[in-house]
Design a protein around this ligand. Structure first.
Ligand code: PLP
Length: 395
């Protein structure tokens, strides 16, 4: 049992409601205080010199960030969690924590785009080489492991195209060769997949998405098992990265309702995905919870739910027409906003750019349209999509 685990053997919504803050620790107030702090005063010189007190400086944690970190530790089953100013920082900090000059990292090709840019434009300057691997690889990933491979980075489902990965098989091979495994688990949240229970060492979240849930906050979290926690914690201290008190507070507030929000996101997204499957104008629906999806068996084996973002592939044989048809689709939408990010209460749509892929190539059937299904009534959303399909067809 983890040190923060106040609600062992309880359901996920019970944990979401009660984890992270003990009201009696702060005059009985249900929510933790928002502590704005740089300086922390010590009672005497000896304590100051030994730093032997719970709090020492604002960058090293406050009662507000600790409350959020404790809640996440309980959900992830982790030894420790760091709070970072964005989801992208939650990717870059663990990479910097475990990789050194001369090391090699394996990164899944369906990775979040800015993660790839961080590897290609920054890590390489420090003498760290990245190889992109096919998300369909399980134990066969062993062929790509080199003596200097120190990290295997996973993300499942993949960004935009939602490929599933055999996480336990990959973790077993990586650990057999002395490499750690990180996973960007933003899509599933710890409610629908618990990476550390499947062999992952470092679980990454853009808390910007479902945990915050209202398109008004940027925050990231990284949760580590006992083996990876010292390196993660040290790197975070050295880099001076920390989440702000207000954003940490609001993310903990968001967590309280994440379970019920996700249930609705899940239900509406599945309903819409099923309605679009096999429709004229739609070549494919990329959603891991659909039986037709190639990675469905892995999703069914390892995950306990699906969230609200998936893609459709429009049926456009002529590659020259992909952009025009995709733009016609986007421009006809009235409820879906055209904007990046996801996980908020409102629906969004993006024409996915997959030009950076090296092995998990974009589908040939047509342009990939990513849909974030918000909390609106699903019949209204489906009607909006139908109008957009008609506009794409006419373009
Ligand atoms: C959005 C996202 C991130 C980055 O989060 P930000 O808070 O926007 O920096 C990282 N990984 C995945 C999978 C994401 O979707």
């Amino acid at each position: 049992m983890n040190k923060h685990e106040k609600t062992p053997n309880r359901g996920l919504n019970t944990r979401l409601t009660h984890s992270g803050h003990d009201p009696q620790s702060y005059h009985g107030f249900v929510n933790p205080p928002v502590v704005h702090a740089s300086t922390v005063l010590f009672p005497d010189a000896a304590t100051m010199e030994s730093r032997n007190s719970k709090y020492t400086y604002g960058t090293h944690g406050t009662p507000t960030t600790d409350a959020l970190a404790a809640a996440i530790d309980e959900l992830e089953g982790s030894a420790g969690t760091v709070i970072l100013p964005s989801g992208l920082a939650a990717v870059s900090v663990p990479f910097l924590a475990v990789l050194s000059a001369g090391d090699h990292v394996l990164v899944v090709d369906s990775v979040y785009g800015p993660t790839r840019r961080f590897c290609n434009d920054m890590l390489c300057r420090y003498g760290i080489e990245a190889t992109y691997y096919n998300p369909m690889m399980g134990a066969e990933i062993e062929q790509l492991i080199r003596p200097n491979t120190k990290l295997v980075h996973t993300e499942a489902p993949g960004s935009n195209t939602f490929e599933m990965q055999d996480i336990p098989a990959i973790a077993e091979v990586a650990h057999g060769h002395g490499a750690l495994v990180s996973m960007d688990n933003t899509w599933a949240t710890p409610l629908y997949f618990k990476p550390l229970d499947h062999g992952v060492d470092l679980s990454i979240h853009a808390a910007t998405k479902y945990p915050a849930g209202h398109s008004d906050i940027l925050l990231g979290t990284v949760s580590a098992n006992e083996a990876a926690w010292p390196a993660l914690n040290t790197a975070n201290m050295l880099l001076g990265m920390c989440g702000s008190p207000d954003d940490s507070y609001m993310t903990l507030r968001g967590l309280r309702t994440m379970g019920v929000r996700l249930e609705r996101h899940q239900q509406s997204a599945l309903q819409i995905a099923r309605a679009l499957e096999g429709r004229p104008g739609v070549a494919k629906v990329l959603h891991p919870a659909l039986e037709s999806f190639p990675g469905h068996d892995l999703w069914k084996r390892d995950f306990c739910g699906s969230s609200g973002i998936f893609s459709i592939v429009l049926d456009v044989a002529d590659a020259e027409r992909h952009r025009a048809k995709a733009h016609a689709f986007l421009d006809a939408l009235t409820l879906f906003g055209l904007g990046y990010s996801w996980g908020g209460y409102e629906s969004l749509c993006v024409y996915a750019n997959l030009s950076d892929r090296t092995v998990a190539l974009p589908p040939k059937e047509g342009p990939v349209i990513r849909l974030q299904i918000g909390l609106e009534d699903s019949e209204d959303l489906l009607a909006d999509i139908e109008k957009a399909l008609a506009a794409a067809n006419a373009a």
